[in-house]
Design a protein around this ligand. Sequence first.
Ligand code: SER
Length: 882
Amino acid sequence: MPSLNDIRSTFLDFFARNGHTVVPSSPLVPRNDPTLMFTNSGMVQFKDCFTGAETRDYVRATSAQKCVRAGGKHNDLDNVGYTARHHTFFEMLGNFSFGDYFKEQAIPLAWELLTKDFDIPKDRLLVTVYHTDDEAANIWKKVAGLSDDRIIRIPTSDNFWQMGPTGPCGPCTEIFFDHGDKIWGGPPGSADEDGDRFIEIWNLVFMQNEQFADGSMRALDMQSIDTGMGLERIGALLQGKHDNYDTDLMRSLIEASAHATSSDPDGAGKTHHRVIADHLRSTSFLIADGVMPSNDGRGYVLRRIMRRAMRHAHQLGAQDPLMYRLVPALVRQMGAAYPELNRAQALIEETLRQEETKFRQTLDRGLRLLDDELGQLPEGAALSGEAAFKLYDTYGFPLDLTQDALREKGRTVDTDGFDAAMAEQKAKARASWAGSGETKDAAIWFELADKVGVTEFLGYDTEEAEGEVQAIVAGGAEAASATAGQEVQIVLNQTPFYGESGGQVGDAGLLRTATGTAKITDTKRSQGLFIHSATVTEGEIKVGQGAELLVDHDRRMAIQANHSATHLLNEALRRTLGDHVAQRGSLNAPDRLRFDFSHTKGLTAEEIAAVEAEVNEMIRQNGEVVTRVMSPDDARELGAQALFGEKYGDEVRVVSMGRMDASGKGSDGKTYSLELCGGTHVGRLGEVGLFVLLSDTASSAGVRRIEALTGEGALAYLSEQVKRLAEVAALLKAAPADVVERTRALVEERRALSNEVAQLKREAAMSGADEEAKDIGGVRFLSRIVQGVSGKELPALVDEMKAKVGSGAVLLISDTGGKAALAAGVTADLTERLSAVQLVKAAAEALGGKGGGGRADMAQAGASDASKAEDAVKAVEAVLEG
Ligand code: SER
């Protein structure tokens, strides 16, 4: 029986054999479409190839694409675990032609793979075609010999595939497998088509049109092919199963879950194991592609899936975090086909473990509250919106988790009530924020925003503009004017000054009215207002005046060079370290940049060098930086789900920079970096000048921080290094090129010399030791005062002295530049009645030291004054005399 891994390979090998380039899966967060929440089919990465906007060096491609359908328009989350074929994560196998072959080849290729390589009996297959597509019907008849009743014409959109409201589209033909009359269901198009007997296994789309937002459609210049076959479905079929979760791959994850919870994979917890197996895949792959759990956007979809799985683990009785322990089982199954899983394994495990540990603190109590609430409700009644909101707000239960928990009990939630409770909380939060003492300063911006409306930002296009002074705030209160020497905040109806956000610091510059001048030192934002921190330097500034606004050009240039370099750095890190690299924070100041990103370990010297080289290469290529702007409405029309809950402001800005080919060099028309960003950027990458990576440090668990310089700052830094090198070379009397060798030789020489000096000191310390031993109180006592022997060398010398006296006590005092290091020893035969600790303490005390410690046969101490060493010897002699 072929495994899912075998089937994936058979598919890709078949199309590779037929002239297709095997293209790796693109990341789950689409790089070429900021409006799509997650990649949800194989054609997403190729969408511009169909319209002709992008060309690649191949015209036939095949891929196994990782897909997630959760949280957006295509949302299968609710059904996962309860049905045979719903997944939040699945793989789509596909073959693609970009203006190369069309139907007359796509259909025979599909038929050959299914009936020869996959060996599916021909009489179990039937197809649908778009009702007007005689051509496709004829090809099927000719190639597969299918009778007319097994080529079903469908007049609906089921057989006209569209990527979304806009984009490439065309009629399609779908291939169905008949599981036989043991299972209820009718053929496609029949009244019973929703039954489980006839299962769609492959969709071949004949891309030939492009749909536009105004409803019009054009014929594309070229005719293309886009096919999609779910690996889990074809896997179930080829493994003789009816349920995708019975395939080898899914089964192994289910068994890992059962094993880790010591439960029966097919027992009462069956659904829980299925949900966990599915959610383990989607969460791990999302984290590997840089998504982190958060409270909005993609991160919240991830968090919802994670928490949902965690409740199911809880239902299985798992006492400890479970999900992260299943990651190795997933990596074993899928790591070979998707190496990003291996690379990000530590990050996936850490993220799951942290989220699980945190959520467990409230999960138990939340579920108890849910039970209590249900206990008070009449039979079958829906849970109140308020209770669901409390679970959300206090216990971190996403609404769908509560719905999922209720589903098991045949109950629902009053979702309108939930929405109302949410709206009420937002209103309250705003009211209390505006009124609270600690934010009194900020509350004024609420009021002002209501009064004057938001500031229009002009600074994407210009650094000089005029605006009208709408408000002046001095000491937290509105003022009508400000005079020379005053520090105030100024709001205008429009401004070219960038207000700090998205890691980019605010602009500085100059403001001039007919009566006065002010220096702008910083610009921030609140409630849509741009707030200029200003020091009035001359005359008077008055509300209602027109003002000339001049951004400090050099400073802005330096800031945006850093910002553009941050985008390049982000991409270079991803390409060097893997797709799990995601921005976690940044700072773009005039003099430096800082970039925080998800990654568990420090970068190696090679990785740092590779990242630095790649960023500099993009700078030298001097590619264009292009910003495209869409209103949220336009973006919503394109596929709004990406914007839901994400805070992008009034416009969505998509910044793309640089071009690359597969090796990162040259140019084949592909964009190097593409990010949603509200910041300002250089026009061409050459303006960044130079990039120097200064440091890579740990910022917090799983997050690294890189600091770097660009432009003049980077050059100044490098010049300083060169200057220092020249100084060192002069000192060493060597050419700069020989400095490393010369320094290494010096270090080695120094090591050898200091060993020699230490040896000499020891020898000097020990010379003549025999003669100086005295008999005091019946004990042979030997003392030595030496110069410059360090404390750590004393014990070895004490041992030697002890060997020389044979039986007795020894004291060694070393003058280490004024201070004293002391050690005393007592031979083993005398330790019963005499302790080296006592001796060394007495000696140290005589030298102004306190304490000392060790064992009866050897003890050490330090003291501040070595000049009275003779007194210390006498103090020990006094002890020995008793
Ligand atoms: N794009 C089509 C689908 O998703 C075929 O790949 O079904």
